[in-house]
Design a protein around this ligand. Structure first.
Ligand code: SAM
Length: 310
């Protein structure tokens, strides 16, 4: 079923596109890997995003994810989703800190958004304030519950695991998720080149191996996702936990099917590299034809290089 999909030099099909539609954010997380700096007037417009996703659809992309910064700080977020949804993708999702989600969830659902991932590293107010430098825990939780209510399904919570900060909260977070039919994703902390505190990841990195071992022992069932870097899902007492490990995971590159667009409109072939970006938005703004833009996408895809080529 993948004949119509463009594949890279390593036969990896390009099935999903993650677009960072802004780098503005209403939080300031201590670990955040900010992706470039773009002023709001240079952000890609809804029409430009429509055209980019239209080309992506033509080359076989099936899933779109909108991210940031925080995508909900864009006042035109509903229009963006509506335009992209008119292209009839298999799946349109959005990653947010949830702070503005209560306000937008219903309109986003109506506009054609399928689901959301909400970042929530803790259920404790003080820890939340420490991690995000903001006091929006209640807003984030209300946003999550609203997303569940309007059926942005499945809602997933992204929890970045940090030593001495939230490792002891995994069980409580899982209970919260299970109670509301939410999938919990445990994310390994990765080094952030733009992090204000260089030592942050050294100090707070916590390996997910021991956690995964515990989950494996407890799980009723385990499933490995083929095109999502071989991520494992553990099913425990009707709840679901997924492990996201970009570091030390040879399968991360091997099964990668995702292309990215940076907030300043460049194709980013690989998550962990910034030396192979391909200019896109200037070509859109200069009125290049759809065929020419398709060629630019292919150029980006041809630059994909797994760390481990075996
Ligand atoms: N503002 C949105 C949010 O909070 O979800 C979207 C952008 S945020 C960069 C996307 C995801 O990346 C979040 O789940 C966040 O926790 C994760 N993330 C950011 N920096 C990270 C790091 N250094 N290590 C692991 N995950 C990180």
């Amino acid at each position: 079923m993948l004949e119509d999909v463009v594949k890279d030099k390593y036969k990896r099909p390009i099935l999903s596109l993650r677009i960072t539609i802004t780098n503005r954010c209403n939080e300031n997380c201590i670990y955040c890997h900010h992706d470039g700096m773009v002023s709001s007037k240079d952000e890609m417009t809804p029409d430009e995003l429509y055209l980019i996703t239209k080309i992506a659809k033509k080359i076989g992309v099936r899933k779109i994810r909108l991210s940031g910064g925080d995508p909900l700080v864009r006042k035109d977020i509903v229009e963006i989703v509506e335009k992209i949804a008119s292209l009839d993708f298999k799946d349109i999702s959005l990653t947010t800190n949830g702070v503005l989600l209560e306000k937008y969830a219903e309109d986003l659902k109506k506009a054609g958004l399928d689901r959301v991932n909400v970042s929530l590293d803790t259920l404790k107010r003080d820890t939340y304030k420490f991690v995000t430098n903001m006091d929006y825990l209640n807003e984030a939780k209300a946003g999550i519950l609203k997303a569940v209510e309007v059926g942005l399904y499945p809602v997933k919570i992204n929890m970045v695991i940090m030593k001495d900060i939230n490792v002891d909260e995994i069980k409580d977070m899982f209970m919260f998720c299970r109670q509301h039919g939410i999938i919990l994703q445990l994310i390994e902390l990765i080094e952030s080149e733009n992090c204000e505190d260089d030592k942050f990841s050294d100090e707070y990195h916590y390996p997910l191996d021991p956690i995964e071992k515990t989950l494996a022992d407890m799980a009723d069932d385990v499933y490995e996702r083929k095109f999502m870097q071989g991520r494992k899902k553990y099913y425990i007492n009707d709840g679901e936990i997924e492990i996201v490990r970009p570091v030390d995971n040879s399968k991360f590159c091997a099964n990668c099917s995702r292309l990215r667009i940076t907030p300043d409109g460049k194709i980013k072939p690989c998550l962990l590299r910034n030396d192979n970006l391909v200019e896109l938005i200037n070509h859109v703004r200069n009125g290049k034809s759809e065929e020419e833009l398709e060629e630019i996408f292919i150029k980006g895809i041809n630059k994909r290089e797994p760390f481990n080529k075996d």
